[in-house]
Design a protein around this ligand. Structure first.
Ligand code: FMN
Length: 348
């Protein structure tokens, strides 16, 4: 079905296509699916039980409007957001670009979203804590905020009681200087977060794939010290040195999809070797098959997210990934995915 519709969808501007998709999803187009992942895929990370480790990465359901509908295609969790305290238009359009020959996207959206008030009321309306699939809220600061740390803290205060986990996004390439938090500023940020936590809702830190291993080590060290509960590796890349085949590649914005897979896997493997069993890793970037997801798990990911391959392959991809994971577990004689987390290592 998606194969038939794809030429039409791809004839539209990518952001318009996405917005039309959101309308159809809201109206129940995913009712055709109602996929229940195999019980064999259930994993426990921190204090949360996920029905499958496969989740939708941040940026698709920016305003937490459709996550309950998205669950129907087989995701174990959806990360809504990024949400900022106040509503924000984002960067001028056009701001999403398809790199078809590379199965990739570049986006420079700049945290377009409805703001915390509407985001929170959308979540409360759906009442997700009743679901067996899980919902995360990805938090960011407003572009013109005078104190970005306060913005994160406000986000935590507003969403802690209504979501299963929180992500602190310090790695979008589209908000100027946001990635400074991946340097020494991380200490001040995480200290404030630790002292302003309301409860034990897990908090994950999302990093970029463009940082040096040294920085990854120091982010992990601070994250453990300040009792963060996970590290998401990673956001989109500012780099363009991936041998891309597409023409007219925008210079600005973050690259996602197939080309970033091996870079992100290197960072993931390194992060796992540093964090070991002290901090779970959520692997994201370039996953488009069950084999890709399984590889990330073997490299150290306890959970896996994706976004770009959903655009290229369509909604049936998720049940295929779930089914393929079950087959791969069978081949390895594994009864729970936690047994294979971090069992292989990439050569540095
Ligand atoms: C159009 C688009 C919008 C995105 N928006 C966000 C966002 O708001 N917050 C965030 O943390 N990541 C955002 N991301 C990054 C994804 O969550 C993910 O980290 C990245 O795309 C790598 O995964 P993928 O290769 O499976 O797409 C966005 C990605 C895309 C393609």
């Amino acid at each position: 079905m998606y194969k038939l519709l794809k030429p039409l969808i791809f004839s539209l501007d990518p952001e318009l296509a996405h917005n039309i998709g959101v309308i159809f999803i809201k109206r129940g187009i995913f009712n055709f699916f109602n996929t229940i992942p195999s019980e064999k895929l259930a994993v426990r990370v921190g204090n949360i039980d996920f029905p499958t480790p496969i989740g939708l990465a941040a940026g698709f359901d920016k305003n937490a409007e459709i996550f309950d509908e998205i669950f129907k295609i087989g995701f174990g969790f959806v990360e809504a957001g990024t949400v900022t305290p106040r509503p924000q238009y984002g960067n001028p359009k056009p701001r999403i670009f398809r790199l078809k020959e590379d199965s990739a996207l570049i986006n420079k959206l700049g945290f377009n979203n409805v703001g915390l008030d509407e985001f929170v009321s959308n979540i409360v309306k759906i009442n997700p804590l009743d679901n067996y699939q899980k919902i995360g809220a990805n938090l960011g600061p407003n572009k013109d905020s005078v104190n970005r740390i306060d913005d994160y803290v406000e986000g935590i205060r507003r969403v802690s009681k209504i979501v299963d986990y929180i992500t602190i996004n310090i790695s979008s390439p589209n908000t100027e200087n946001l990635r400074d938090f991946e340097n020494s500023n991380i200490v001040e940020l995480l200290k404030e977060i630790e002292s302003n936590r309301l409860d034990d809702t897990p908090i994950f830190i999302k990093i970029s794939p463009d940082i040096e291993n040294k920085q990854i080590s120091s982010v992990i060290e601070s994250a453990i010290k300040h009792k963060m509960n996970g590290l998401i590796v990673s956001n989109t890349s500012k780099d363009r040195r991936f041998g891309l085949k597409s023409k007219n590649i925008p210079k600005d914005g973050g690259l996602s999809g197939a080309p970033i897979l091996s870079l992100v896997n290197e960072k993931l493997s390194f992060a796992y070797s540093v964090g070991k069993n002290s901090i779970p890793i959520i692997g994201v970037g370039g996953v488009s098959s069950g084999a890709d997801a399984y590889k990330k798990i073997k490299l150290g990911a306890s959970l896996v997210q994706l976004y770009t391959s959903l655009v290229y392959e369509g909604p049936s991809l998720i049940s295929k990934i779930n089914n393929d994971l079950v087959e791969l577990m069978k081949l390895d004689g594994v009864s729970n995915l936690s047994e294979v987390v971090g069992t292989t290592k990439l050569k540095p």
